[in-house]
Design a protein around this ligand. Sequence first.
Ligand code: PFF
Length: 445
Amino acid sequence: MQQAKFSRIGFVLSAAGAAVGLGNIWKFPYITGLYGGGAFVMVYLVTILFIGVSLLLAEMLMGKRGGSDVVSNFEKDAPSHKWAWAKAGYLFVIGLIIMTFYSVVIGWIFYYLYLAITGLPTTLDQAQDIFNHLYHQSPWIQIIAHLVSVLIVGAILVRGIKGGIEKFNLVLMPLLILILVGLMLYAMQFESFSKALSFLFMPDFSKLSAEAIIRAVGHSFFTLSIGIGSIMVYAAALPKESNLFSSALWVAFLDTFIALLAGIVIFSFLFQFGGEPAKGPGLVFMSLPIIFAKLGTVGTVVALLFFLGMAFAGLTSAISLVEPTVMYLESRWGWRKSKAVFWSSFFYFAFGILMILSVTDTTQSYLMIGKKTLFDAVEFAVDSFLMPLGGILIAIFVGYAMKKEDVRAILSKDMGDTLFAVWYFSIRYIAPLAVLFLAYNALFV
Ligand code: PFF
């Protein structure tokens, strides 16, 4: 299937758009809160640097070489007798699984955009009530907001990823950074600013449980969009001369920078207003609205911009989560784009409703998996199992199944021999071992 090529900046922005999403602004602060701060952040940063960037590059490399959907990219280099390798390409389905909750959360953002116009909560109690009411008692609002997200994502996918997304990213990513930096400058006036910094950057390793490590490593995969073929199908549309190594570094840098910025802002304000860091999925929706309400009219404008920026960050990631499936259905099953988009959307819309019902008070008890709601269980499974699984398949494939000369041929211009050797070592040994360690801990500890 022939598709439009990205410009280089378009690719970096779109890959950054895929990476920078709800994981950075919604999820990173709340899991950092849940798992105790500094030590968790440290594991996350180390993983991004030593494993994340390597895997990001590996995925880009497969996309650029294969130039097609995820399954075809695996098949291209799969040794013919090892049929199982070709099947690894089906990992792209994880994107749709993620969308079952991701789209629901984008729906929450739409609801908060509406609140920004009609009136935000002014106290923490009020903010908690509003969020809890939405989360536990308003399935219809959530379903409608989820549907709006499904429709927007579908409308953009039907036009192809290049059409509007690149332009939106170009405007909204800098805007998001500006807003976050502005909020950080404001937060610097509070005593709690230094408390937030130490919460995020002073590791207390006694707080680091095995589960915290698993989630930190898993989240670094999630936030960089590794292991499900999103970045791979974007890279499949790269022009020949693009530098993969610097693109991978840029994407990882922007992603980490935005997550840390969001974390600093949110925790400063949270500590200032006496909130609890371990609030779970509602954190961003409870702490920030109060701040915005306190800023008066300016706050309303900032709230609108912030939630709008967050919605776009979410939507650009959402598109990248569904695109691998759409591309597969088009290129392998010969479906029209509109049909492929419709059925992919239908799938995650329907399962998204189950997610919503699993956190609704009246239906929750029917949709529990052990002690977790379906919503939490799926999110946990994605982080601690599915995405690392995708990551390890890609690492082993690039490190062992692909011929070293082929790999080197693509990267030789982008990085010197030494860097190449370090990266190759990481892909063959460090990344798989780290993921095995993760899997072992997730299953047995
Ligand atoms: N990286 C996105 C985020 O942090 O919100 C989520 C995501 C997008 C994960 C695309 C995986 C993916 F392929």
